[in-house]
Structure formats: C-alpha cells, structure tokens
Design a protein around this ligand. Structure first.
Ligand code: FAD
Ligand code: 2HG
Ligand code: ZN
Length: 504
C-alpha cells in the first residue's frame, strides 16, 4: 500500500476524510496523516494476541463503496482483511502484515423490519446490541446473544457463524439467516444479493428451493469469500417471562444429570443451559468483584463443585415458575443439586448471567489466555479439562507459574466446551505443550476443534483434525472460485491458503 493507493481509494469514497484513516503521508497535503495509535485498535485483536501492521483502514458507507474498493484491490492485488467489531477470538479479523483493513463500522443502517414475519434487514455493521435495542420495543429479539454484543457486528456474527448463549433455543445462524448481500473480490467487485429484499430474485423467505443455497457459504466463511454488507434475519418474539437459576452440583456427572432432567421437565421454555467449573467461578469472583450466589464455599480439600445456569423464557410467568419450581424441588429432593439461587428480579437475572458471561473478561484480567472452543459429546467434555491440568502439572508449568489456572465452561446444551488456559505471558513453551495435543485429544473424542469461534489464523493449520482431505480440497476450490486472486485474508482459515493456485 502506498500513497497512490491511498489517493485512489479516497477517490472512491463519498466521505474520504472520515472513511479512510492512514499513516501513509500525503505527498501533496490532500489528506491528513493519522498517528500510528489511531490504527492500533484495528491492528490488534481483543485478546492482544494477534498484531498486524496495516497503514490503511477504510470504512465504506455503502455496498457500492465496498464494491469499488474490492474492485480496486483485485486490480492491484492488494490483500484485504474484513473487520466488524473486532471481537473475534482466533485472529481472523486483524491483519497479519499490512493488509488493507476494510471495516463495516460505517455501515450500520437498519434497512427494513417486517413486524408480521419478524424479518429484519440490516447493514452488516449493525452492532448486535443496537439491533436488539431496536427490536425489543417492537416485541421481537435477535435470535443470538453473546458476551460481545456491545461491540460485535451482525456481519461479523454471520462471518463467524457465532453461536452464543441461546443457540439451544433459537438454533444456529444457518437456520435464522434468510438473506445475505456480499461483495466479491473479483474484477467487477460483484454484488451478490441472495434472498435480500429489493436485491433482485426472490426476497427473504423461509422457504426457497431454487438451486444451491449460496448464502450458507458466507455463514462461517470468516471473510474469505467476500465482504458481507447486508443481512436479512428471522427474529423471534421477545418472551414476556424470564427465570434464571444458578445451581451448584457435586460433580460433572451431575451436570449431565441436571441437563437431562431439565430438558425433560422444562421442554419448550428452556432457553439456555450453561456450565462453569469452580476454578471459573473463583476467577470471576476475584476479578470482577461479583458476589458468590451461594451461602457457603466448598470446604478445604473437598471435591470442587460445578455450576449450571438455567434460563427459561416463555409467555406465561405462572406457568414457567411452576415448571421450574417443580424441577428444582425434584433435583433437591433426589440430592442432585446441593445449593442454588433463583433470581427474584431483573437485577438478579443480570447478576446471575454476569457470573457466566464475565468468564472471558475475568480470564483476560488474570493473564494471557490460550482459548480453545471445542465441540464433543457432553459425556467426554470435562475429562479433557482434567487431562489438560494433569499434562501441565507433569511438565511443571503450574509450579513454575507459567500457567496460572485452567478453567472449563461453556454451552452444555450445544455440546460446546470452552477451555481457557491462563498463562503468565504469551509463551511458546506453553503453546507447544497445548497444541497440537489439545486438537488430538479432541479428535480422539470425535469432536470438532472449533464449535463456534472459527479458524482464523489460529486454527488454519489444524483443520485436518476435524475435516477430511477431500473436504478441505473442495473448500479450497470454493475459495478460489470466489476469490480468484487470493486477496481476502490470505494465510487464514485453511491450511496453506497462501499456496493455493491463483487465477488471473
Ligand atoms: P470480527 O472479530 O471483526 O471478525 C471476525 C471474522 O469475521 C474475521 O475473520 C473477519 O475477517 C470476518 N468478518 C467480519 N465482518 C465481516 C464482514 N462484514 N464480511 C466478511 N467477513 C467479515 N462467539 C460465539 O460464537 N459465541 C459466544 O458466546 C461468544 N462470546 C464472546 C464473548 C466475548 C467477551 C468475546 C470478546 C467474543 C465472543 N465471541 C463469541 C467471539 C466473537 O464475538 C464472535 O465471533 C463475533 O461473532 C465476531 O463478530 P465481530 O463483528 O467482532 O467480528
Ligand atoms: C463464551 O461462551 C464465548 O463466553 C467466549 O464463546 C469463550 O472466551 C472464551 O473462550
Ligand atoms: Zn461460547
């Protein structure tokens, strides 16, 4: 990227002064050079783990501008990294070297909302929480919710196929996304409008069996096929009654027992079932100042308990209270749960949720966090956390202080385990003790090395643990079909992506 590129890119943007930030000096004073710190937050990820060095950030205001930018980047073979709210956890959304950063920050309009079908059509840069705030007064809600809601963009959610806290109830984005608009990195900067209202062809429909369902390819593509600029998504009705309970159980077998019972007894009103271990709770209490919801702490030397968070959402509070009440009664009576708190008001709902939602933030306050996001049968989940701890103890990494703690938590309802290994520092020795061992251990359990965070830079070399060679080869061909010159997030997502044969 040089001054000529900056001058050209500026000429494509309707508001160049606010839509392009660069540290490259202008030869003729036609733009004001930014200070390096103005680009820092776009060059570094949320965990402070991946650092790039891009001198140019563009924030187009329309799909047409994205198209012009990608067309130019295609012509000049300029590498581009699409970026939403930069909350991704696998190094996918930040440059590795000096790729152009294309942010969706400037595209955050709601295009339309149909209050009969509940279909929302919005720009890709809409912040998840803002979209929720738009929908709530209308009696609707977004079908996904995550701890990063205040920053992540809907385009980023789609590009990572984010799961989150209520996938158990509302399903994955592969089911709720009805239409996608994306710009391709080709010679025309082609705008591909798939089932988008007003985009040509069929609009946002629940049912449309006319050909390959191309929009599905963009869900979880992590910016390797095109830049998502708009979305149509099906939003569910906002429930009028909520309950949240956090329960303490003696062991992981009881977590599974409670899950089975809960699904059986609560049925359609269950909207979340999360778990965290005792190390996780201690970390949150220490680093967020939250109060324990339990009357007593486990005794010194006693087995460490596990915790589950159960949420119900429905339309009849008395009905839901009765169902949850009888579930808790039966679990207490048969000794499956040892302690518990049921939220009495909205403030308590929030504070119980924050015990679970604060885990990533608390881990970040304690140290440098090696994060693993794994899918596997629930029964095999926690043995992996225990094996990890044993491995670190054998290598002396806990004694010498390199690893401060290892915590396990996640979305039990979706078979999704999060392991956060909190280290004193980013440390090659720690990393090599974890990887590829953790991926092998996951594959042995027939699991997936990424349940919801994606591949990014972190897991690109390891996809083979979860996908066969022929499947990877087909994915590589699809990638080249959409991105013939390999300009979108090269070196990420798939193994040896940068060595794929280029076209044109
Ligand atoms: P970014 O981080 O900016 O980008 C993520 C990837 O998508 C990158 O590869 C980027 O190139 C690509 N991308 C972004 N926008 C576009 C676009 N418009 N077009 C094409 N490609 C694009 N994830 C979950 O699944 N479940 C959780 O519960 C969850 N909780 C989280 C909690 C916290 C506190 C944090 C920090 C993260 C959490 N995440 C979770 C991970 C992250 O928030 C999600 O992956 C989120 O969907 C990323 O959105 P973003 O806008 O920040 O994307
Ligand atoms: C969550 O479920 C997120 O809280 C983040 O997916 C998990 O930070 C993590 O490892
Ligand atoms: Zn998660």
């Amino acid at each position: 990227l040089d001054a000529d590129d900056v001058a050209h890119l500026r000429s494509l943007l309707s508001t160049p002064d606010s839509s392009l930030v660069t540290t490259i000096p202008s030869p003729d004073g036609s733009w004001k050079e930014a200070a390096p710190e103005d680009l820092v937050s776009y060059n570094v990820d949320w965990m402070d783990k991946y650092h790039g060095n891009s001198p140019v950030l563009v924030k187009p205001k329309s799909t047409d501008e994205v198209s012009k930018v990608l067309q130019y980047c295609y012509q000049k073979r300029i590498a581009v990294v699409p970026q939403g709210g930069n909350t991704g956890l696998v190094g996918g959304g930040v440059p590795i070297y000096d790729e152009l950063i294309l942010s969706t920050e400037g595209m955050n309009q709601i295009r339309e909302f149909d209050d009969v079908s509940g279909i929302l059509t919005a720009d890709a840069g809409g912040i998840l929480e803002s979209l929720s705030n738009f929908l709530h007064p209308k009696g609707y809600m977004m079908p996904l919710d995550l701890g990063a809601k205040g920053s992540c963009h809907i385009g980023g959610n789609i590009s990572t196929n984010a799961g989150g806290l209520r996938l158990l109830r509302y399903g994955s984005l592969h089911g709720t996304v009805l239409g996608i608009e994306a710009v391709l990195p080709d010679e025309n900067g082609t705008v591909l409008s798939i089932n988008m209202p007003g985009g040509g062809g069929a609009g946002a429909l629940r049912k449309d069996n006319t050909g390959y369902d191309l929009k599905q390819l963009f869900i979880g593509a992590e910016g390797t096929l095109g830049v998502v600029t708009g979305v149509s998504i099906m939003t569910p009705r906002l429930p009028s009654a909520y309950n949240v309970a956090v329960l303490s159980v003696p062991d992981f077998a009881s977590v599974q027992k409670v899950f089975k019972e809960t699904r059986g007894q609560l049925g359609e009103i269950l909207s979340a079932f999360e778990f965290f271990d005792h190390e996780g709770l201690e970390m949150v209490l220490e680093h967020t100042g939250a109060q324990s919801p339990f009357e007593s702490a486990p005794e010194e030397g006693a087995e460490k308990p596990f915790y589950v968070l159960i949420e119900t959402s429905g339309s009849n509070k008395d009905h839901d209270d009765e169902k949850l009440g009888s579930l808790l009664e039966s679990l207490l009576e048969n000794g499956t749960i040892s302690d518990g708190t049921l939220a009495q008001d909205e403030t308590q709902v929030q504070s119980l949720w924050s015990l679970r939602e604060s885990l990533p933030e608390a881990a970040g306050k304690l140290g440098r966090v090696y994060k693993y996001d794994l899918s596997m049968p629930v029964k095999d989940m926690y043995s992996l956390v225990e094996e990890a701890r044993e491995r670190f103890a054998e290598k002396g990494l806990d004694k010498d202080g390199s690893i401060k703690t290892t915590v396990g938590y996640g979305h039990i309802g979706d078979g999704n385990l999060h392991i956060n290994i909190v280290a004193k520092d980013w440390d090659k020795k720690v990393e090599q003790t974890i990887e590829p061992w953790i991926y092998e251990a996951t594959a042995k359990r027939n699991g997936s090395i990424s349940a919801e965070h994606g591949l990014g830079l972190m897991k690109a070399p390891y996809v083979g643990y979860s996908k066969t060679d022929p499947a990877i080869a087909v994915m590589q061909q699809i990638r080249r079909l959409f991105d013939p010159r390999g300009i979108l997030s090269p070196a990420k997502y798939l193994p040896q992506a940068s060595e794929l044969p280029l076209q044109g």
